[in-house]
Ligand binder design. Sequence first.
Ligand SMILES: [Zn+2]
Length: 238
Amino acid sequence: MSRWESLLIVQEHDTRADQLAHRVQTLPARAELAAVTEQIGAVDRNLATVESRRGELSRSQQRLEDEIASLTERANQAEKQLYSGSVTAPRELQALQDDVASIRRRIGQIEDDELEIMELTEPVDAQHAELTAERERLDGEAMRITAELAETEAEIEAELAVVQAERAEAAAAVPDELWPEYDRLRAHLGGVAIARLAGSTCQGCHLALPAVEIDRIRKLATDETVHCEECGRLLVRD
Ligand SMILES: [Zn+2]
């Protein structure tokens, strides 16, 4: 076995670890969660608008109710005076009666206004209920995806731990002098520093080496350092 074989085993584990890391980064659940989070944001913005409209209507209604209460109090006072016997002059009695009637009419008008506000509030309340239900549904969805994501991540982490333990074992068999170039090439060549030469094809870039080059390589000892002419990767020969 050439000294490069031990490094190729490390490469296989590093490639596997890279794939697992990539899988963690690109789990579909991650994109799903981002989409749901965005939807939650949109629902919250709508809810804020609806709640502000609801607040306005509720304050308007409260103002009208306060006005009704105060007018009712005034009408009651006037009626009390009217029936107390303290006012006897017909003109004064008439004035009081007119006053009460006028207040009662005003109360009737305000009650109509209040009814209008209540009618306006109905669809806003319905919209609020709808948005709140949608928010709850999305919260549930987000929780489900988050749990699913955590579970998948834990599975991949466990797999990665196994790969890393095996990698450490394989790395112990690699001669020290091979590491600097391995690390350098791995950083520059998309994580793959070393590949097998299968026939005349480099398994790193999948290109065939020229026959002249293959002839030259065949004459070298398998422990010799050989790079693929095309991609620059270290080549392992049988
Ligand atoms: Zn190559």
